[in-house]
Design a protein around this ligand. Structure first.
Ligand code: CA2
Length: 148
């Protein structure tokens, strides 16, 4: 059974603790459990990782690329958090593992927020982007990968 990597970036470990209007009441653990359930329904396993460190996220993307090449990984669901708006390193890492599909997810509608959240370094190299549907976005991303 192939794996889907659920990768979360900076501060997403704080989900459920503050700002429920933007990010809901569920914790990261809840999100990861939801992802495992959705992936299993489509016949896949999940591997989950959250990091507040850009380099660790880049390493995880490289490992995902190797696993995709080896045929054990279907793709990546990636919420890069604030690094979305700043990280050329993550852009290059995702580009470097193509054709491994990376689906960009944002819980909030970044386009309805501050101007600095309107630009994404991830979008141009992502297979697609899902924004503004809350944590359901992770399930939609899994569905997109499973049905591609
Ligand atoms: O909407 C999203 O999913 C974001 O990726 C979340 C990031 C933000 O920087 C992006 O612009 C959009 C922030 C994640 C921080 O999450 C927290 C959750 C609860 C309390 C504090 C932070």
């Amino acid at each position: 059974m192939k794996t889907i990597l659920i990768l979360n970036g900076p501060n997403l470990n704080l989900l459920g603790t503050r700002e429920p209007d933007l990010y809901g009441h569920e914790s990261l653990k809840d999100v990861e459990a939801l992802c495992a359930e959705s992936a299993q329904a489509h016949g896949f396993n999940v591997q989950t990782l959250q990091s507040n460190h850009e380099g660790a996220l880049i390493d995880a993307i490289h490992q995902a690329g190797a696993a995709h090449k080896a045929g054990t990984l279907l793709g990546v669901v990636f919420n890069a958090g604030a690094y979305t708006h700043t990280s050329i390193g993550l852009h290059d890492a995702i580009k470097g593992i193509q054709p491994c599909p990376v689906v960009e997810v944002h819980i909030s509608n970044v386009f309805a927020r501050e101007g600095f959240r309107h630009h994404s370094y991830i979008s141009p190299v992502a297979a697609g982007s899902i924004v503004g549907f809350g944590i359901q976005g992770y399930q939609l991303a899994i569905q997109a990968l499973a049905q591609a």
